[in-house]
Design a protein around this ligand. Sequence first.
Ligand code: MD3
Ligand code: FE
Length: 204
Amino acid sequence: GEPADGVVHIPGWLDTDRQAELVDACREWARPPAGMRHIRLPGGGVMSVRTVCLGWHWEPYRYVREVGGEPVKPFPPLLTELGRRAVTDSYGQDGGYAPDVALVNFYDDTAKMGLHQDRDERSMAPVVSLSLGDTGVFRLGNTAGRGRPWTDLHLESGDLLVFGGPSRLVYHGVTKILPGTGPGGIGLDGGRLNITLRESGLPR
Ligand code: MD3
Ligand code: FE
């Protein structure tokens, strides 16, 4: 479905085997060095989600090649292939989609992500989001600011959400996780994983 201009939501896009494969991969990516961590905010707080980045590490307001003095893990070919299929299934063609950054976010039962824009990328290529595990309540806002109107969507395990064109700069966030809603058989006990694929627009 298309909840807004340029936004495509395809529930159940990943089958159970593919979800299990990605959960397994996330577990590997989460390991040190350059593993999963709470990202520090400029004001001194930390994000409630835990994040591991591939290709480039995101920190407010830039992408860097190292985290905690360690090189960021490489961007895996598996995610290039998935990203191209996601964009093709959403818009009918992949447009030469070449993601070079993945952010893998882990939400425990209490984690949230406040309304924000993703504007640290120099490319306006689409963002591809894949959800695994417990359902997240995703708030899709507008480009003008953090206020209404917004639409709340349930993102379930296996769902694909693609943001392109006019929706690339919308405010969005995750207001809550619904504990105990994830499927069995994917190797994730509790919590929610979200993988976003992006083009940084940076060299190499
Ligand atoms: C719309 N992640 O990592 S995924 C993020 O569920 C982020 O972890 C949320 O927002 C999560 O920045 C939402 C859907 C999403 C991701 C990136 C977007 C929507 C987006 C970038 C631009 C517009
Ligand atoms: Fe975001």
